[in-house]
Design a protein around this ligand. Sequence first.
Ligand code: OAD
Length: 230
Amino acid sequence: MDRERVVVLTGAGVSAESGLRTFRDGDGLWEEHRVEDVATPEAWERDPELVLRFYDQRRAQVIAAGPNAAHTAIARLETAHEVDVVTQNIDDLHERAGSTRVMHLHGEILLARSTADPRLITPVNGPTLRLGDRCALGSQLRPHIVWFGEAVPLIAEAAALVARADRLIIVGTSLQVYPAAGLVHALPPGRPIHLIDPSDVPLRSASVEHIKQKASIGMPMLASRLLGEA
Ligand code: OAD
């Protein structure tokens, strides 16, 4: 079997069966919280404690969660292929499952960064980040998260990976949030796309195979096939 370049684009659905809630499903996080209150620069200006509390909850849940069969199947693809995971998720479940190349488009919940210099990034010790936690320059630390209204610094690098991929796998994302959703269009025409999601997702193309399953079922099935086992 030829070694292929595979990009796996993931969203909240890949971690749903690890107990981490998605954003836009019926019980999603955005049903309970307004984006404008917790995930924008304006929210941080207005009420940083509320923003910190929201991300503290996310961090505690990520620490308590573990990877599921979908994360493991994605990691297993590396035994035969060149795999880059491009994830919108802020959890570290791909890394804990064993994936070695993971790009976090929307940041990482276990990291904090300086409000004075975005290049100063530091691990969060434990589940909470508090007002008064400061960077080396003495400025308040904020969650290392890309908020709505902010640029996605890694998007060009991600698009370059997709542009040279032989195959794209999309797992558990509603493809509602740009620029991440637009990455699909960086794939050269005719290259296969596999979409794993129990719901309909707005992606119309002749080269899409929709595996209408939960990630923990669909991803191991697809991995077995791409590893020549099934
Ligand atoms: P969404 O909540 O928008 O979409 C989750 C997708 O996962 C939906 O298409 C569901 O059908 C699917 N899904 C649910 N359970 C699943 C399962 N067990 N297996 C497979 N798929 C399942 O989440 P994202 O598309 O990741 O950004 O959202 C994108 C971005 O919007 C997030 O990164 C976050 C959010 O606001 C920021 O906060 C910046």
